[in-house]
Design a protein around this ligand. Structure first.
Ligand code: THU
Length: 130
């Protein structure tokens, strides 16, 4: 299954009664497995989680370690960029050159690297003196 197929399928399981904006994410891990996630909202709005966070949690829960590639899909006019928090979450588990593909359900896509997704990433090196 391609990442596009996997993210498209899981997107339909999103729980988004408040925004009605369904998002799917699929990761291929360096170990070679596909992990998926969708957004899961909550009536206490800040408690909702993004599709990317769900896919990362699934990857870690299943014993894989790093992102080799990630794809996100939503029904938006243009490929929707990951939110700021998800950029940092992706950067935790992906090398700077890893490909991020942002897709719309009607076939548009935008591909960029993790470095392009989150310039000026906060990293462990910034805590070198702790
Ligand atoms: N959302 C994601 O799941 N990923 C993104 O990259 C952008 C936003 C979700 C969060 C919320 O459930 C809904 O989309 C509207 O913000």
């Amino acid at each position: 299954m391609t990442l596009l197929e996997a993210a498209t399928a899981v997107r339909l399981r999103a729980y988004a009664p408040y925004s009605r904006f369904l998002v799917g994410a699929a990761i291929r891990s360096v170990e070679g497995h596909v992990h998926v996630g969708c957004n899961v909202e909550n009536v206490a709005y800040p408690e909702g989680t993004c599709a990317e966070a769900g896919a990362i949690a699934a990857m870690i829960a299943q014993g894989d370690s790093r992102i080799a590639e990630i794809l996100v899909i939503a029904d938006s006019p243009e490929p929707v960029p990951c939110c700021g928090g998800c950029r940092q979450k992706i950067a935790e588990f992906a090398d700077q050159g890893v490909t991020v593909t942002l897709c719309t359900v009607d076939g548009k896509s935008k591909t960029l690297s993790v470095a392009e997704l989150l310039p000026g990433v906060f990293s462990g090196a910034h805590m070198a003196r702790t």
